[in-house]
Design a protein around this ligand. Structure first.
Ligand code: AHQ
Length: 238
């Protein structure tokens, strides 16, 4: 009897198909996102979503640093570290504004009529959002690093959502200063680059049936993280 850990996995193409099949569980189809992209959200609902999603954005570089700390492969680390700079930005230049995705999200917040202070202090963050974000960071800290890489593959599905969202904001939420939408424009470039790397890593490192099942399970878990955040936001602001 071959142990599951030794049983060879499926060919790479089949693993990729199993991962991409999670598109149906991605939070792009959550009712709150559907209403957002249909232009029917009120300013308070948009502000609630922006303030809560900040807790997730802030946690991404911490999550990525956890993966780096567990990853022994220098070639992977060399590329993975870019994610941290994308979000944290580089040290404030004396002559210019702070950079990075977290700063861009704060600008989105200000464009929606939120203050930086009320976003940074998490006063609007719902318990379900906090617990889902904490679960994601804990997953990255405690699971084998390749599983944590696999959990980031929700970004395979992000570009379509980002493009639809950007179009919806520009068309329906004209009360938001368009310069505040730069974060989404940046993700249109960063997300495909990041998910391409993550997919390469998962395909290269998940050869046994057990490893492939764990990678698929990690992506399923992450879909639940994102969906739970949206449930908590929908419950609080719908
Ligand atoms: O803005 C997002 C982001 O920086 C990331 C990093 C990545 C990860 O490492 O898990 N996932 C992710 C996502 C971002 N935005 C979400 C959205 O709907 O705006 C989508 C989300 C993802 O697909 O995981």
């Amino acid at each position: 009897m071959t142990a599951l850990t030794d049983r060879p996995g499926a060919p790479a193409g089949e693993l990729v198909d199993r991962l991409r099949a999670h598109a149906h569980a991605y939070h792009s189809t959550h009712p709150f996102h559907l209403r957002m992209n249909a232009g029917t959200l009120t300013p308070d609902q948009i502000r609630g979503w922006v303030a809560n999603r900040f807790a997730y954005q802030e946690a991404i570089p911490v999550k990525d640093a956890a993966i780096l700390s567990n990853c022994p492969d220098v070639a992977v680390r060399r590329r993975w570290i870019r994610r941290i700079l994308d979000h944290d930005g580089t040290p404030d230049r004396a002559d210019g504004p702070a950079t990075g995705g977290i700063e861009a999200w704060l600008r989105l917040a200000e464009s929606c009529g939120l203050t930086r202070e009320e976003v940074l202090d998490h006063r609007h963050v719902q318990p379900g959002v906090r617990f889902a974000v904490d679960a994601y960071v804990t997953f990255a800290r405690t699971r084998p690093w390749v599983e944590a890489v696999a959990s980031s593959l929700t970004e395979l599905f992000a570009p379509d959502l980002m493009a639809e969202r950007l179009a919806a904001f520009e068309r329906y939420y004209t009360w938001i200063d368009p310069t505040g939408l730069q974060y989404f424009r940046n993700r249109l470039v960063q997300a495909p680059r990041d998910s391409e790397h993550a997919l390469e890593v998962v395909v290269a490192h998940c050869r046994s049936a057990a490893e492939q099942d764990a990678a698929v399970g990690a992506l399923s878990f992450k879909c639940d993280v994102l969906w739970t955040m949206m449930d908590a936001i929908d419950h609080a602001y719908a």
